[in-house]
Design a protein. Structure first.
Length: 292
């Protein structure tokens, strides 16, 4: 069995009367890239903060690299690279000063790598952080996370402010680290096309629970859109299991199904003298259907 790098078991988190996480179960195998997606307010950032021990759980258990999230050892903290939505730090500092300050906390800080990343990302070491654009601050945050060569990366919307070229550079870094150094990544983002490029597994967060976790290819095989054309009027609602969305217009219908197999499709075709075209969906389309 693969080692599990991150794990949430029955995690609940409440803010006042609002329960944001409602029994979350999530596991991320070591050496994998998992994409985490969900609507605004679904609880993605709360989930990440619970994992990192920034928030105390109301119930359940969270572990990172074998440690309880609420009681991470110094050794485990050295192995984690985290990129938040906004850069945390002293904005009056210069870029190079901030990186020197950050590097002092890590025994494995790779100054040569940091220097190369600054050059690759077109960041001026002498620039004051307060004068950097939002995208440049995001680049700096990524450099901070990569500098100590951690075993585990946790990214919370790390590329929202990056231009397309910078995003591609970032994604290449993630792929290279995973393929060449077997690093583990949990990657929360709204840009589903980025996850399609890098993530092998996907977790969809909906209404405070994990609506789906598994292999990207299996998800795309499981959730499909059927275009049905019959010689007679079709019943509305259609007698199909596991329908996510259905539009029926007399003898034609468009239906999104979850786990409707090929044998079931053939039976429906025979029962209603129907032709069925199966459409494969991309991750964004799947997310929209699951999140309705």
């Amino acid at each position: 069995m693969s080692e599990i790098a991150l794990k949430l078991d029955g995690v609940h988190k409440r803010f006042g009367s609002k329960e944001v996480l409602r029994g979350i179960n999530l596991s991320v195998p070591a050496g994998s890239i998992m994409g985490l997606i969900g609507k605004n307010g679904a609880g993605k950032s709360t989930l990440i903060k619970c994992l990192l021990g920034f928030l105390k759980l109301d119930a359940g258990k969270a572990t990172i690299l074998g440690d309880s999230s609420w009681d991470l050892s110094g050794e485990t903290k050295q192995r984690i690279g985290y990129v938040p939505q906004t850069l945390a730090g002293f904005r009056w500092m210069k870029v190079e000063t901030m990186l020197e300050y950050t590097g002092a906390f890590y025994s494995r800080w790779n100054q040569e790598k940091v220097k190369n990343l600054l050059s690759e990302w077109d960041l001026d070491p002498g620039a004051r952080i307060s004068r950097l654009s939002e995208g440049e601050q995001q680049k700096l945050s990524i450099v901070q996370a990569l500098g100590h060569e951690p075993d585990l990366f946790i990214f919370d919307e790390p590329v929202a402010s990056l231009d397309p070229l910078a995003r591609r550079k970032f994604l290449k870094q993630i792929i290279d680290l995973n393929m060449n150094e077997n690093r583990t990544t949990l990657f929360s983002t709204h840009i589903t096309s980025d996850l399609e490029r890098v993530a092998g597994e996907i977790a969809i967060l909906k209404d405070g629970v994990i609506a789906y976790q598994g292999d990207m290819a299996a998800l795309q095989e499981r959730i499909r859109r059927l275009h049905i054309h019959s010689s007679c009027d079709l019943p509305d609602p259609l007698p199909l299991p596991r329908i996510l969305r259905s539009e029926v217009d007399h003898s034609n219908a468009t239906v999104t199904v979850d786990g409707f197999g090929d044998d079931e499709i053939r039976k429906f075709q025979e029962s209603f003298s129907a032709g069925i075209d199966v459409e494969q969906l991309n991750l964004e389309e799947i997310f929209l259907e699951v999140s309705r």
